[in-house]
Design a protein around this ligand. Structure first.
Ligand SMILES: Nc1ncnc2c1ncn2[C@@H]1O[C@@H]2COP(=O)(O)O[C@H]2[C@H]1O
Length: 434
């Protein structure tokens, strides 16, 4: 069953519950009111989502088409779903037709009163998802690179399910009698999963039962080099973990990232019920493991979203991370593990082999060196422990909690993978580096 069908079934199930609870006299009027209220709610969520995304530096709905870049991937341009009421617009009457809509395409907004008149004002037929039999965005077939990418329907974003909070805050309510898929994994597949994929940072938050459910729901995908795994602008269907190979990511034609074994991608559209934020292309032959949207939302959504939100606040107090993009910060948040040390407890000891890097979330610590005593004091937003990881050398100093100390730790592989862009700055500023 396609993802749209799931959404449709969820929606009808909820409507049915409301009808049974309220037993309305005028069923059609009740249904009409129900869907209008749902639509309004959805648009408000989308609005909030856009605000949060832009605060984090991500543009969900660029106003203008983005010219094709020199690489070979076609990227759709997006229209704001807020029509003429887009507060981000410098010119509210500009850009009613983009080149991507084609000359005959209807205007994105039909003026009607009300905050979201752009989308509410559109004719009913344009609010329904445009049905294009060639649109395989829901299927788990993966388009080979170079396959023709069809243009987006004129009302592309207006028709997306974009609720963040309703399902996010109470996912169980919306998932009904959800049962995770159980794949018939061979013992060879299970052992590969346990030795690599299960170590993905996002799975670190799961208890044994949850991890087991996730592992048995994973589906192996072997993809040749140059396969387009995800297309920017599509609806989210799967979350992926890389077992082997490399994947490049493009946003509006610009390469923004590369990921390798142990990394995951494709979570954003599932978390925010939004379209795919980037195009993902296999740059080598790849072995991936795909987790379906509902299992992701049911088991991984809440913990991931909470952790990202929590560290998003903390990262504002860590100047050295300022140069990381919003997405790089999210990935860093996934990998961090909080630990608390009582006053007087050493966290790293001079001469020891180093395995972890630390940010101070709260509390204080002091740095001391053999023969020199205390050489510096550390507090919230400071970090320590990178030298041993960078140089494969013993710890150069001892760091001891001087009050209850909460740290966010990162292991060696996460440190190399996620803090690469700021390593030079860390090197220069590490307080244990004398
Ligand atoms: N800079 C980036 N911005 C957005 N998404 C990215 C970026 N780099 C990698 N990605 C991944 O690309 C995926 C595309 O699908 P999603 O939007 O579901 O989730 C996205 C992320 O997992």
């Amino acid at each position: 069953m396609s993802q749209s069908n799931y959404n449709y079934v969820d929606e009808l199930a909820q409507l049915n519950k409301d009808i049974l609870a309220k037993n309305p006299a005028d069923i059609l009027q009740f249904c009409s009111n129900y869907f209008l209220a749902r639509l309004e709610d959805q648009r408000k969520q989308l609005w909030n989502q856009q605000q949060r995304a832009s605060a984090a530096g991500i543009t969900l709905f660029p106003r203008h088409s983005v010219p094709r870049q020199s690489n070979s991937h076609a990227f759709p341009a997006f229209k704001t779903p807020f029509g003429d009421n887009d507060p981000h617009s410098e010119d509210p009457h500009h850009d009613k037709h983009t080149e991507d809509e084609g000359p005959g395409a209807p205007a994105a907004s039909v003026p009607t009163p009300g905050l979201f008149r752009g989308t509410f004002g559109a004719p009913a037929s344009s609010l329904a998802r445009s049905v294009d039999p060639s649109d395989k965005s829901e299927s788990d077939t993966i388009a080979p690179l170079g396959a023709k990418i069809s243009k987006l329907p004129a009302h592309f974003n207006a028709n997306r399910r974009t609720s963040v909070s309703a399902e996010t805050l109470n996912p169980n309510k919306f998932l009904g009698d959800w049962k995770p898929p159980v794949r018939n994994l061979t013992s060879e597949q299970l052992s590969r999963l346990n030795s690599s994929v299960a170590k993905n940072f996002l799975f670190g938050q799961l208890d044994d039962e949850e991890l087991n459910t996730v592992i048995h729901a994973l589906e192996e995908k072997r993809l040749p080099q140059n396969t387009e795994i995800i297309k920017q602008g599509d609806e989210g269907d799967f979350f992926y973990v890389i077992e082997k190979g490399e994947v490049d990511f493009y946003v509006n034609g610009d390469k923004v990232n590369t990921s390798g074994p142990g990394s995951s991608f494709g979570e954003l559209a599932l978390m925010y019920n939004s379209f795919r934020a980037a195009t993902a292309v296999a740059t080598t032959d790849c072995v991936l493991w795909a987790l379906d949207r509902l299992t992701f939302r049911r088991i991984l959504l809440e913990g991931t979203a909470k952790k990202r939100a929590m560290y998003e606040v903390f990262f504002k107090d860590v100047p050295v991370l300022a140069s990381l993009s919003a997405y790089e910060k999210s990935k860093l948040a996934d990998a961090l593990v909080s630990k608390t040390f009582q006053p007087g407890t050493p966290v790293v000891v001079e001469g020891d082999v180093g395995e972890n890097f630390y940010f101070i979330e709260s509390g204080t610590a002091e740095v001391s060196k053999e023969g020199e005593g205390v050489v510096s004091h550390l507090a919230k937003g400071d970090y320590f422990g990178e030298l041993a990881l960078l140089n494969d050398s013993p710890r150069k100093a001892t760091v001891t909690a001087s009050s209850v100390l909460k740290v966010a730790t990162l292991g060696k592989s996460g440190f190399q993978r996620l803090l690469g862009p700021v390593v030079e700055v860390l090197k220069r500023q590490d307080p244990t580096h004398q």
